[in-house]
Design a protein around this ligand. Structure first.
Ligand code: R5P
Length: 282
């Protein structure tokens, strides 16, 4: 068994390979003069683990080319982050179900797929091969332990993420809650924990994705107003679109951490061990 990866997932793929005690196949990536992607792989094995997050259109094309280049092998696809997953419904007539489009496109040439904290588990049914999903909630919990906070309060930014917050909190036996938004007027919104007070406490807001960071930035400001001692945030997928990381830090958030499903400077939680365990089990 060997590992191979797209350019955007080199660090995670190397960690997965180490955990599996194997190597990463060298790939030369380049472009044709018109901008089309080209790649050339080194020697592949009969059994390949292909690691590639879809973070944009280029990484999707590169991943599809990589799968095709490995077509003499048994291919397992590890899709740590899947862009387009949030358009998982036709919210308005005329819209595509984008998650389905990506899942179908990536089902070609592979025998199974592993995702990590996919936005909605229903999306797994859109792959035409067996698909499983891993959760990094426990790993985020272990990371929070390293911050050595005194009795932290784990907060989900909304009710939809409360199960995730509960799983994170179970790593340290901490209290958890979710933020509730109350509209005070046409322009004023208040966000506060639904049941517990943030006063004088270290609060860690946890979520699957930080994209624009808008929700967490607003929440952090309000939690400080409510007397929180410190606010931290940790997520699985650090998309940080349009300067989100800078904006989050500017609110006074002490630390913003994410995993290596998208490789960032603040990727301090790794999905590698869980991915390797899932592959060994198959
Ligand atoms: C929503 O379903 C997700 O769990 C995130 O809360 C959301 O995508 C975060 O978006 P943003 O960072 O743009 O507020």
């Amino acid at each position: 068994m060997k590992v191979i990866c797209t350019e955007q997932s080199q660090v995670l793929a190397t960690r997965v390979a180490r955990a599996l005690k194997t190597t990463v196949v060298d790939v030369k990536y380049s472009r044709f003069p018109d901008g089309e992607h080209y790649l050339l792989t080194g020697e592949i094995d009969d059994e390949m683990v292909i690691v590639g997050s879809v973070v944009d259109s280029d990484s999707l094309i590169q991943l599809m080319l990589l799968v095709d280049a490995c077509d003499r092998a048994t291919n397992r696809l590890v899709l740590p982050y899947m862009a387009y997953a949030r358009q998982d419904k036709r919210f308005r007539p005329g819209e595509p179900v984008s998650s389905r489009v990506i899942a179908r496109a990536l089902s070609q040439g592979i025998s199974e797929v592993i995702t990590v904290n996919i936005h909605e588990k229903e999306i797994l049914k859109s792959f035409s091969v067996p698909a499983g999903n891993l959760s990094l909630a426990k790993d985020i919990g272990s990371f929070i332990k390293t911050l050595k906070l005194d009795n932290p309060l784990i907060l989900a930014p909304d009710e939809g993420a409360v199960v995730f917050a509960e799983q994170v909190a179970s790593a340290g036996g901490w209290e958890y809650d979710h933020l509730e938004k109350t509209r005070l007027s046409g322009v004023e919104v208040k966000m506060a924990p639904r049941q517990l007070s943030a006063k004088k406490r270290s609060v860690v807001i946890v979520d699957d994705i930080i994209s624009t960071g808008g929700t967490i930035a607003t929440a952090a400001g309000m939690l400080y107003q409510q007397g929180a001692k410190d606010v931290f945030t940790a997520c699985v997928h650090g998309v940080f679109t349009g300067g989100a990381y800078v904006r989050l830090m500017a609110t006074g958030i002490r630390d913003v951490a994410c995993s290596d499903t998208i490789e960032r400077g603040c990727s301090r939680i790794s999905a590698a061990d869980q991915i390797a365990r899932a592959i060994r089990k198959q």
